[in-house]
Design a protein around this ligand. Structure first.
Ligand SMILES: Cc1cc2nc3c(=O)[nH]c(=O)nc-3n(C[C@H](O)[C@H](O)[C@H](O)COP(=O)(O)O)c2cc1C
Length: 594
């Protein structure tokens, strides 16, 4: 067996990998000696390539006038990107440096000729993109060698590729892969600058390692991770000390005690969740609109055709729905998650394709989903929360879309709270008396069929449980019996936020029904939940009082999408900001009431 390197040399290899940084600032004007640049380029040129095609070329640019033109190209795209960002993100982006084209003595463009080597290039025939992958590996080699030489490298991708190619005189068949700014630096940051700036977080390795098949997370030598169990295990009660500190600070702030009313409680809860006072500002915020279809639609519980779910998804993605308008006003991002829409959706930016199935089954005829599907949707929701937080969000907001989902919500609310279907079933988007009566009957029939509780429940007695479903204290069974995929995914999203101790602002009755499931699975998850508003749906008031949550806004909204929650976002943010920014009597020299 070939021997590995001696320990010291191995350490050096791992060290250069760990300490390679994308550098955007702190470059020195010192020129890069040709022999150093030559060594770094030689390292790049030793990269692996598909069929040994070596598709790269390196264009070394030092001319100031050319770099000024390239910097102007990047500036235009930077401005266009900035103009598209929601509020808090735009402010954070403003503080970021994304290129050092003029601050570095040398720029290197790495290109790719995907025709090099002819048509029989080994491996490229089946996967043409391997040509570009190969050039990227040359970049990686260059980046590592540069680090070892004490040279900082910053990759700039704010370009229209053809514009840049024209500036560099590339022929039509050659593509720019990377534009790198290279120069000596005094020091390398220990962590990615984007992490230090709070723009994004590093994902733990365990999230990225799957055993045998995608989704079966397991580190080598370890048992596969039960993702849901991990999320549930990470959920803990709020920090009592931080809450006491927040309460005490509220009392010392330059205002009469208690004068911020409910917002004082919000600030105390945010501190308890964050485990410190003052808590971080809950921004940037992202609304995740979970969309899915419902088999119970077939029972005629709504006048809206099922296709409207998919059509509204397209509308959200085009920015044309109310939630988009409200989110733009509040400075929040909108992400749409297809967890079970009964249509094929075009892949577009902003859409997360996480379809569990094309809609649930009709819960009056059998369980809406299988237990595995319910678990998969829960895990999906938790992963989305995790990914949105890793992407830098500090507040999550629930949204939903699913024609007939108020019917499923009513059944879930009855199952979890023991409420009477007639008290929690609402008129949803607006229905006539006959449809309303049918809707209540559908909820009753579902409850009778799935027998969610042993007792304390109208219609519960005398019916056997569906096998494996809906036993008492079986929240996943209840979700599977009645829920939509968006309910289960939203429950996972709430649990994911709670596990990360990030606030999640709940929208209306659909989010409320999901929160009931989340709290049934992990009672401490309630610490992360903030009720954005009270919807006009009767089941929502029942849910909020069951959960002990006080809605922040009460405007008779009954739209869903996340609209009510987004309206509450500035309230939650203001509560945190007040706790951070408002002076105390002692610090401001203001006399207190005797
Ligand atoms: C394909 C690619 C494109 C990138 N484009 C840019 C860019 O346009 N501007 C920038 O500042 N950084 C860019 N980066 C650098 C990343 O932001 C950086 O690698 C990441 O934050 C991780 O930090 P680290 O490289 O210091 O570990 C790019 C990196 C890659 C791999």
């Amino acid at each position: 067996m070939a021997e590995g390197y001696p320990q010291e040399q191995r350490d050096a290899v791992y060290r250069v990998i760990a300490e390679r940084r994308d550098v955007r600032q702190g470059f020195r004007p010192d020129p890069v000696p040709p022999e150093v640049l030559g060594r770094v380029l030689a390292a790049a040129h030793q990269a692996p390539s598909v069929g040994f095609s070596q598709p790269w070329d390196f264009i070394v640019i030092t001319d100031r006038a050319r770099r000024e033109r390239v910097a102007a190209l990047a500036g235009r795209h930077r401005d266009a990107f900035a103009a598209d960002l929601p509020g808090a993100r735009a402010r954070a982006f403003d503080r970021l440096k994304i290129e050092s084209i003029l601050d570095t003595p040398v720029n290197i463009a790495v290109s790719c000729d995907r025709t090099r080597g002819g048509r029989h290039t080994l491996g490229r025939a089946t996967q043409p993109r391997t040509a570009e992958f190969s050039s990227v590996l040359a970049v990686a080699n260059l980046w590592l060698a540069a680090r070892a030489e004490g040279l900082g490298v910053g990759w700039v991708s704010f370009f229209d590729e053809r514009e840049l190619a024209a500036e560099l005189g590339l022929p039509a068949h050659v593509e720019v892969i990377a534009y790198l700014c290279v120069g000596f630096v005094d020091q390398f940051a220990p962590e990615p600058e984007l992490a230090t700036a709070g723009w994004a977080r590093r994902r733990p390795l365990s999230w990225a390692v799957h055993a045998e098949e995608f989704g079966r997370r397991a580190m080598p030598g370890e048992e596969p991770v039960d993702q849901l169990a991990d999320v549930l295990a990470a959920i803990a009660p709020p920090d009592a000390e931080a809450m006491a500190a927040a309460r005490e600070r509220q009392d010392r702030m330059t205002k009469p005690r208690g004068s911020l009313g409910v917002l004082e409680d919000v600030s105390v809860r945010l501190a308890g969740l964050a485990g410190g006072c003052p808590p971080p500002l809950p921004e940037p915020a992202c609304v995740a609109v979970f969309a899915a279809d419902h088999g119970v639609h077939a029972q005629g519980v709504t006048p809206w055709p099922q296709e409207v779910t998919a059509q509204m998804v397209v509308n959200f993605l085009a920015g044309g729905a109310v939630v988009n308008a409200f989110a733009a006003q509040a400075g929040a991002e909108v992400t749409v998650v297809d967890v079970g829409v009964a249509a094929d959706l075009e892949p577009v930016p902003g859409l997360l394709p996480r379809k569990i199935a094309r809609g649930t089954a009709d819960f009056t005829e059998g369980p809406a989903m299988t237990r595995d599907q319910a678990t998969a949707a829960l895990v999906t929701g938790a992963e989305i929360a995790r990914d949105l937080v890793a992407a830098g969000n500090r507040c999550l907001v629930t949204g939903d879309m699913g024609i007939a989902n108020t019917t499923a919500s009513a059944a879930l609310i009855c199952a979890f709270t023991g409420a009477d279907p007639a008290d929690v079933t609402g008129r949803g988007t607006g229905i006539d008396a006959a449809t309303y009566a049918r809707k209540i009957d559908v909820v009753c029939r579902g409850l009778d069929r799935h027998h969610p509780r042993a007792s304390g429940f109208p219609g519960a007695s005398g019916f056997p449980s569906a096998p494996g479903l809906s036993e008492p204290d079986d929240p996943i069974g209840v979700l599977a019996a009645f829920g939509g995929f968006e309910h289960a995914a939203l429950a996972g999203f709430i649990l994911g936020a709670a596990a990360l101790r990030i606030p999640v602002i709940l929208d209306g009755v659909i989010a409320g029904a999901a929160a009931l499931a989340a709290v049934a699975l992990a009672p401490d998850a309630i610490a992360a939940c903030f009720a954005g508003h009270r919807s006009a749906e009767p089941g929502h008031a029942v849910t909020l009082s069951y959960l002990g949550l006080r809605p922040l806004v009460d405007l008779g909204l009954r739209l869903g999408e996340g609209t009510g929650a987004v309206l509450a976002l500035p309230l939650v943010q203001s509560a945190a900001r007040a706790l951070r920014d408002v002076a105390t009597f002692d610090s401001a020299g203001v006399a207190e009431k005797s």
